[in-house]
Write a protein that binds this ligand. Structure first.
Ligand SMILES: NC(=O)c1ccc[n+]([C@@H]2O[C@H](COP(=O)([O-])OP(=O)(O)OC[C@H]3O[C@@H](n4cnc5c(N)ncnc54)[C@H](O)[C@@H]3O)[C@@H](O)[C@H]2O)c1
Length: 293
């Protein structure tokens, strides 16, 4: 398939590119910075906040994976996070609608729910948080991802695009492994109030992107998916994290079919991604610790 990958020069983008090429797709990367040479894809440098950014494409792709964004609220000012994340997503969807690109896979975030990067830590209605749970975003990055998901849903409704929003959590990739695993090996306390300790290995994100590109979903539908490692990486169980955050009066209802045998299972429900995309995380903490000495 001819696919356009925005943000393909970034940390997740480069791993996704390699996975998409391995799957046999013909990939063009569009990014504000050039893709290093020799990675197997054509590179277009453009600023997606500009409406004409996609005009340089020789022909419309068969699908777009949209990852270009500011990936958290700490590396840019609020106005830049808002402008870049919201405009890039709108411009990509508008181009897809105008040119008849049938499918857009959006790099969303669990932050869209309000329980990733958050301002106020609201009490969830139940755990694990599933796609049907209400969203309560409460800071600028989360607003942009919730808005992106809503835009995707709107463009599906209005123009019949098939849109899949991948709500993955804190992504661990190459420069992070040492610090991430170092903290776990040193048994540093990981039980802070408000943290979900949800995480995911970048290779599992790339796999989900590859599956979303070809998943058999109804044309014109919009679907969101939570994607995390099976386990959270905190030092206490998920029930205990919930109890510390929101107390016992009453406790947040926990689905025992999810947590019964695995008390440290993710704060988020990844079963929909399993059933609709055929996705299963290959990396949990135990495997990463064993294979990254
Ligand atoms: N890293 C995480 O933990 C995480 C978690 C959930 C979701 N996400 C989302 O995944 C996506 C990729 O994140 P990442 O960690 O690889 O970030 P990254 O910063 O490494 O990559 C983002 C890429 O987008 C490009 N970009 C930014 N503004 C652009 C613009 N105006 N026009 C064109 N390109 C532009 C950047 O040049 C960069 O190459 C983002 O949408 C991010 O919000 C990331």
């Amino acid at each position: 398939m001819r696919a356009l990958l925005t943000g393909g020069a970034g940390n997740i983008g480069r791993v996704a590119l390699s996975r998409l090429l391995q799957a046999g797709h013909d990939v063009t990367v569009l990014d504000a910075v050039p893709l290093p040479e020799g990675l197997g894809a054509a590179s277009i440098v453009a600023d997606l906040t500009q409406p004409a950014a996609l005009d340089g494409l020789p022909e419309p792709p068969e699908a777009i994976v949209h990852l270009a964004a500011i990936p958290n609220p700490f590396v840019a000012t609020w106005d830049r996070v808002l402008a870049i994340n919201m405009l890039t997503t709108f411009n990509v969807l508008r181009y897809a609608a105008e040119k008849g690109v049938p499918r857009v896979v959006f790099g969303s975030s669990e932050s869209a729910s309000g329980w990733g990067i958050h301002g106020r830590f609201y009490r969830p209605d139940y755990l694990p948080i599933a796609e049907k749970h209400r969203d309560l975003p409460s800071e600028v990055y989360s607003y942009t991802k919730a808005f992106g998901d809503q835009l995707c849903a709107g463009f599906s409704r209005e123009y019949g695009l098939t849109t899949l929003a991948l709500r993955y959590t804190y992504v661990v990739y190459e420069p992070h492994y040492a610090g991430f695993l170092g903290g776990v090996r040193a048994d540093a306390p990981r039980d802070a109030l408000g943290a979900t300790y949800a995480w995911i290995d970048v290779r599992d994100v790339a796999e989900a992107i590859a599956l979303a590109l070809v998943a058999d979903v109804p044309t014109g539908s919009h679907e969101a998916f939570y994607l995390t490692a099976r386990d959270q990486c905190g030092t206490v169980s998920t029930a205990e994290l919930a109890r510390r955050n929101w107390g016992d009066d009453p406790p947040v209802p926990l689905d025992q079919t999810y947590y019964g045998d695995e008390p440290s299972r993710s704060f988020f429900d990844i079963r929909k991604a399993g059933s609709m995309l055929g996705w299963k995380p290959a990396w949990d903490l135990g495997r990463l610790l064993r294979e990254r000495p």
